[in-house]
Design a protein around this ligand. Structure first.
Ligand code: NDP
Length: 297
C-alpha cells in the first residue's frame, strides 16, 4: 500500500519577483536618462480614504526609487469633477508627465468612467481607459492593467507556456477579472470567467490548471476545490482580525496546489512594479523608442 503524503505547493514569491522587476526598470530608467529622458508618473488622489493614501504614498516612493519623477496631486474630497478634469487636461498636455494614475475609488459625486476616459490613452498607465480595454480585447498594442499584467508575468515565469491550459478566473471586474481573462486568452489558455451567479463553482475550480481568484472575500476558495498540481494566483486583499488574507484558503490550498501565491507578498507587490513598467513603456512609446523588453504582454 502506498501512503499518500501531503503535498506542499511551491510558493510563488511575488515580492522577490517584483523586486527584480523594479531593479530591471531602474536600469532602463538610467539608460533613458543618458538620452535626457526621465520618465514621470503623476498620481492624483481625491479625498482622504486611508487605504488610498497608503497606496499613493508607496507608489510615489517606489517611483522615485527607480529613478523616475513622481508628481503627486492631492485634492480635497469636495473637489468638483470639472476641476479634476481640468487637472487631467493639464497633465495630458505636460510633456514631463508620461503616466497618469487617478487613484480609485473616486468620491461618489464623480463619474468614474468619465474621469478615466479623459486621460490621454497613451498616458493611461492603469490601462482602464476604454480605448486600452478595447485594444487589449482585440489583440492590439495597449496599456494593460497592472494587476493582471503582474499575474501574467508570475504565471509565465512559473509555467512557461500557458497554451492549452484550463484557466479559471473568478471575478469579472474591469480592473482585474476581465483584463486577466483577455491576457490568458491571448496566451492561448482555455478561459472560463466565473462570478457571483456562476453555478457549480467548486466543480469548475477542480478542472482548472490555472486558478485566479479576484473575488474580494476572505478565504473564499477552499482547499478541496483545487485541482491537484494547479497553479493558484490569489489576487484578493481582505483585512480581517487575523491580518491581511487572500481569497484562497492558503493553508488548505497549499496542500493540493502545485504552486500558489501568498497574501501578502504575492500579487500585491507585482501591481506597483507593473505600474512602473507601464510608465516606462509609455515613456518609450512617447519618445519613439521600442517597447522595453519583458515589460509588456
Ligand atoms: P470587485 O468587487 O470589483 O469584483 C469582485 C468579483 O467577484 C465580481 O465579479 C463578483 O461577481 C465576484 N464575486 C463576488 N462574490 C462571488 C461569489 N460568491 N462567487 C463567485 N464570484 C463572486 O473586486 P476587484 O476585481 O476590484 O478586486 C477583487 C479582489 O482583488 C479584492 O479583494 C481586491 O482588494 C483585490 N485587488 C487586489 C489588487 C492587488 O494589487 N493585489 C489590485 C486590485 C484588486 P459579480 O460581478 O457577479 O458581482
Amino acid at each position: 500500500m502506498t501512503a499518500t503524503l501531503p503535498m506542499t505547493a511551491t510558493l510563488i514569491d511575488g515580492k522577490a519577483f517584483a523586486a527584480g522587476l523594479r531593479a530591471q526598470i531602474a536600469t532602463q530608467v538610467q539608460a533613458m536618462k543618458a538620452h535626457r529622458i526621465t520618465p514621470g508618473l503623476a498620481v492624483v488622489l481625491v479625498g482622504e480614504d486611508p487605504a488610498s493614501q497608503v497606496y499613493v504614498r508607496s507608489k510615489g516612493r517606489m517611483t522615485r526609487e527607480v529613478g523616475m519623477n513622481s508628481y503627486e496631486h492631492r485634492l480635497p474630497p469636495e473637489t468638483s469633477q470639472q476641476d479634476l478634469l481640468a487637472l487631467i487636461d493639464r497633465l495630458n498636455a505636460d510633456p514631463a508627465v508620461n503616466g497618469i494614475l487617478v487613484q480609485l475609488p473616486l468620491p461618489a459625486h464623480m463619474d468614474e468612467a468619465a474621469v478615466i476616459n479623459s486621460i490621454d490613452p497613451a498616458k493611461d498607465v492603469d490601462g482602464f481607459h476604454i480605448l486600452n480595454a478595447g485594444r487589449l480585447a482585440t489583440g492590439q498594442k495597449a496599456m494593460v492593467p497592472c494587476t493582471p499584467l503582474g499575474c501574467l508575468m508570475l504565471l509565465r515565469d512559473h509555467l512557461g507556456s500557458l497554451s492549452g491550459k484550463n484557466a479559471l478566473v473568478i471575478g469579472r471586474s474591469n480592473i482585474v477579472g476581465k483584463p486577466m481573462a483577455q491576457l490568458l486568452l491571448r496566451d492561448s489558455a482555455t478561459v472560463t470567467i466565473a462570478h457571483s451567479r456562476t453555478a457549480n463553482l467548486p466543480d469548475l475550480c477542480r478542472q482548472a490548471d490555472i486558478l485566479i481568484a479576484a473575488v474580494g472575500r476572505a478565504l473564499f476558495v477552499k482547499g478541496d476545490w483545487i485541482k491537484p498540481g494547479a497553479t493558484v494566483i490569489d489576487v484578493g486583499i481582505n483585512r480581517t482580525d487575523d491580518g491581511l488574507v487572500g481569497d484562497v484558503d492558503f493553508d488548505a490550498a497549499k496542500q493540493v496546489a502545485g504552486a500558489i501565491t501568498p497574501v501578502p507578498g504575492g500579487v500585491g507587490p507585482m501591481t506597483i512594479a507593473c505600474l512602473l513598467a507601464n510608465t516606462l513603456t509609455a515613456t518609450a512609446r512617447a519618445n519613439g523608442l521600442p517597447d522595453p523588453e519583458g515589460l509588456t504582454p
